[in-house]
Design a protein around this ligand. Sequence first.
Ligand SMILES: *Cc1c(COP(=O)(O)O)cnc(C)c1O
Length: 355
Amino acid sequence: MHKRLFTPGPTEVRAEILKELATPQIHHRSPECAELYGQIQPNLQQLLYTENPVLLFASSSTGAMEAAVTNLVAKRCLNCVNGAFSARWHDIAAGNGVPCDVLEAPWDRAIRPEQVDEKLATGEYDAVTLVFNETSTGLMNPLKEIAEVVKRYPEVMLLVDAVSAMAGVKIDTDALDLAFVLAGVQKAFALPAGLTVAAVSEDALARAESVPPRSYYFSLPQMAKYHRRNQTPSTPAIPQMFALNAQLTAILEEGLEARFERHAAMAKTVQEWAKTHFDIYPEEGYWSSTLTCVRNTREVDVAAMIDALARGYNLRLANGYGAIKGETFRVAHMGDTQPDEIAGLLRAIEAVLGL
Ligand SMILES: *Cc1c(COP(=O)(O)O)cnc(C)c1O
């Protein structure tokens, strides 16, 4: 029996979208494939409020995180770390030999724009990595405010992991001057795992031309070159492209504002519920619109609760991530999930815990 996903990735995928994956294969150098690519492109740009090219990666988000730091850091990168995924981005940079430093905040605290400003004032950096929505902690960093700081340093590029936010929260790519903003589609896009999209600015592509190549598969100049003919350098994830195309149409039909508002409304419901029965892990003011990380103040057995929801209700919830497993659990309210489904989930948790 399928367990309905309320996990912060992968998220539940609608049956109509799953069917798209079974579309007969087309050749990746055929006009049909270029046409498909060409249909997807303006819709992605609309979703991301950008005129930048939006590149398709046949990899999970981690691959695009690697592409960003290997292609776009000529001097030194400042990695903002306040959770598991931002820590991973630092590990990726360091592991690839990219010169970098960490700017740290506790996991339940947001990265402050002033902290970033202070570091950039040293003149040592030409790039900053930031995870917009930390999926490990349910914390949304103040992207807009940090972007305003970075704008004051013309040499510095802002690289953003928007994995669990994109398609659930507005990302004003061009207004914020984001050099690189990426997301795997298995989160708020509500698509099957295996594809990542990233909007890359023309300035970023120009810099990538001058940075000595650190990667072959993730070469942004190569990807940009093929992008201009609606292609990818190697075989793209063709089934995923059919699904993405259909889902983008559905997302635009729902309306971007309506979609973002639905996410905000579900977040409010879950936050209120969490405040009533437990507490919320990150500091107030930075709670995520797409998932809530509940602080386990009742000291319930989280693993047992997740198991009971799966067995008794066919619902899949996520435990806390890494160091805060058991101490927290996470409720995803993203993708195509509807408010009535969230209400049903909360009733099921109450029943399991006898609340
Ligand atoms: C899920 C997630 C990732 C990693 O994604 P993969 O697709 O598993 O590589 C990175 N960053 C954030 C914020 C995420 O939520």
